[in-house]
Ligand binder design. Structure first.
Ligand code: AHM
Ligand code: MG
Length: 335
């Protein structure tokens, strides 16, 4: 039973029995993520300072090499998950290939793989706008005791065991699901603890916000153009409000709280859009569905897509159920 203001640690212990395979491994995995998130948060928070003190990104005041924050975040999450030996493999938007983790006895005994985008929207860091981390957890499908294979990572989103995001915003939040609803925890930076601030997060069925990079308008499919015109029409509760941060975690987080739709459709020069199915769309789709929303590629459910490549992309329509269904209706008509 979620209690507002309980710590994430308490929440994990109390809810462990609700986890599908309750060996404690998934709890330890979430614990590692919350730790890495705190470290990354600390670094993201001082990004502006680091820019001032670092000599054009080469060395900082301590003479250490400056790293791009997305590389830093990638290393931190990989290190934390590897050191604690709770996963058997990691795939990241920042790495071409997946990483195999043997475990201390080289026995490949762990059962989970993690897929992640360590710092999504990282181009926003330079202008002090919120960014996020997105993660997704699957149970491996190859036998325990053997090294992981690509097929362990190429599972459809409907096989996810857990997924979440961290938003490094005006406050830093960890929002995640293990398939039993969605809960949001806010970091108290003075104490270094996460507190349950948003229990049972829920996407309003309808919303009034549409989020899309309208600069690409001329390159959108006809269905998207028609849906945008529908959003702008003066009728019933429309026109809707347009809000686009350009940092998907932030756009989704706002829309989940207020009600809205986020779209990154195909564009003429990129027929599958920009966003990655495994690292971005599937985890956000799992959270969205768990929060009562809907996630689609414009025609079908995101989480039913069988991936064929680690870094494959897909058009993405995600948010309040009725809004996504309306967008799909325009997609079918405007094809
Ligand atoms: P990234 O993984 O390279 O940071 O790109 C993903 C980000 C999303 O967070 C955001 O929604 C999108 O790219 C913005 O792209 P655009 O500038 O084309 O609108
Ligand atoms: Mg990304």
């Amino acid at each position: 039973m979620a209690r507002k203001n309980q710590t994430l640690g308490e929440f994990i212990i109390e809810n462990q029995s609700a986890f599908p395979y309750s060996s404690g491994e998934l709890s330890r995995l979430i614990n590692s993520i919350r730790l890495a998130a705190k470290v990354v948060n600390h670094e993201v928070n001082k990004a502006g300072l680091v820019d001032i003190t670092g000599a054009y990104g080469e060395t900082n005041i301590q003479g250490e090499d400056q790293q791009k924050l997305d590389v830093y975040a990638n290393n931190k999450f990989i290190q934390t998950l590897t050191n604690r030996e709770i996963v058997c493999g990691i795939a990241s938007e920042e790495n071409d290939e997946f990483i195999t983790i043997e475990g201390c006895n080289k026995d490949h005994k762990n059962k989970y793989v993690v897929l992640m985008d360590p710092l999504d929207g990282s181009s926003n860091i330079d202008v002090n706008v919120s960014v996020g981390t997105i993660f997704s957890v699957y149970r491996r499908i190859t036998p325990i005791g053997t090294p992981v294979k690509k097929e362990d990572f190429l599972q459809p989103g409907n096989q996810q065991v857990a997924a979440g995001y961290i938003i490094y915003g005006t406050s830093t939040m960890l929002v995640y699901t293990t398939g039993h609803g969605v809960n949001g925890f806010t970091l108290n930076p003075a104490l270094g603890s996460w507190y349950l601030s948003h229990p049972d997060m829920y996407f309003p069925e309808d919303g009034k916000i549409y989020s899309i990079n309208e600069g690409n308008y001329v390159h959108f499919p006809q269905g998207v153009k028609d849906y945008i015109k529908y959003c702008q029409e003066e009728k019933d509760d429309r026109p809707y409000t347009s809000r686009y941060i350009g940092s998907m975690v932030s756009d989704i987080h706002r829309n989940m709280i207020k009600g809205g739709i986020f779209m990154y459709p195909s564009i003429s020069q990129a027929p599958n859009g920009k966003l990655r199915l495994l690292y971005e769309c599937n985890p956000i789709a799992f959270i969205t569905e768990q929060a009562g929303g809907k996630a689609s590629d414009g025609f079908k459910r995101i989480m039913d897509i069988q991936p064929t490549e680690l870094h494959e992309r897909t058009p993405f329509f995600c948010g309040s159920k009725n809004m996504v269904e309306k967008a799909e209706e325009f997609m079918r008509k405007g094809k």
